[in-house]
Design a protein around this ligand. Structure first.
Ligand code: ADP
Ligand code: ADP
Length: 228
């Protein structure tokens, strides 16, 4: 479980981006954080992988205060997918997916097995796609690679910050469906940021509505639809 306990975040200029946030995020679910631009969604994500630290309060992962953990080790256990895919253009698809396992010095056979398994999982046949470069893939295909790169080192937690919002509507719907199918198999703890309510309703087990640095509602898609 991920717990945010009385979290406030003031940036250096004094701006209070988060105001006394409490959240308990159950394992194995897709939690969607939704709210208008500037409400604190990305700030919340960055607190969970310790890219930034809270001004007040604590983040616990499995009952452990992440402030006590080595941030580099912590981030290796948390996959992060962002809107601008950030694939390395001079590296093949296989090498892009293998970045973190290589850092972790996995055995080469295990790495290549994992890369092939993940490419198959998102319907990019390894024989065709392994040795291509990112520029030789469509936007939707590149974003699939972004998603599996975050999965490569088998993290329990995956943070996805508007991962599909740069895609055309059809690719976007396809990737939403694939994420739902993937999750049925993988049962990760996924935190997904969007400002699109249709996307939230479609993929979420749990929706967290934010506004002006505060959490204003938490519940299942059904509950949120019944009490908008
Ligand atoms: P969202 O992801 O919901 O769009 P953010 O969490 O990125 O919102 O930002 C929340 C608020 O904090 C915004 O008003 C933003 O301008 C401000 N903010 C974000 N990062 C910084 C920073 N490094 N310094 C100062 N203000 C920031
Ligand atoms: P995102 O919400 O995806 O982080 P932004 O464009 O809001 O994207 O922010 C890009 C970077 O600039 C982030 O690292 C964010 O923390 C920082 N930032 C955002 N708003 C401000 C701000 N008002 N002052 C300083 N830094 C900011």
């Amino acid at each position: 479980m991920i717990q945010l306990k009385n979290i406030s975040k003031r940036y250096n200029d004094g701006f209070e981006a988060l105001k006394n946030i409490h959240l308990e995020l159950e394992d194995g679910k897709i939690h969607v954080i939704i709210g208008p631009s500037g409400c604190g969604k990305s700030t919340t994500m960055k607190l969970i992988n310790r890219l930034i630290t809270p001004s007040e309060g604590k983040v616990h992962i499995n009952k452990e205060d992440i402030a006590q953990k080595n941030p580099v080790e912590l981030r290796r256990k948390i996959g992060y997918v962002i809107q601008s895919i950030g694939l390395f253009p001079h590296m093949t698809i296989a090498d892009n997916v293998a970045v973190v396992p290589k850092l972790l010095k996995w055995e080469e056979n295990k790495i290549q097995g994992k890369v092939n398994e993940l490419l198959n999982l998102v319907h990019l046949e390894p024989e065709t796609y392994r040795n291509r470069y990112p520029s030789e893939l469509s936007g939707g295909q590149q974003q699939r690679v972004g998603v599996i790169r975050a999965l490569a080192a088998e993290p329990d937690i995956i943070l996805m910050d508007e991962p599909f919002s740069a895609l055309d509507p059809i690719s976007r719907e396809q990737l939403q469906d694939e994420l739902i199918n993937l999750q049925e198999e993988l049962k990760k703890t996924i935190i997904f940021v969007t400002h699109d309510m249709d996307e939230a309703i479609k993929i979420a087990d749990n929706i967290i509505l934010m506004k002006d640095g505060e959490v204003i509602q938490v519940g299942s898609p059904d509950a949120i639809l019944r009490h908008p």
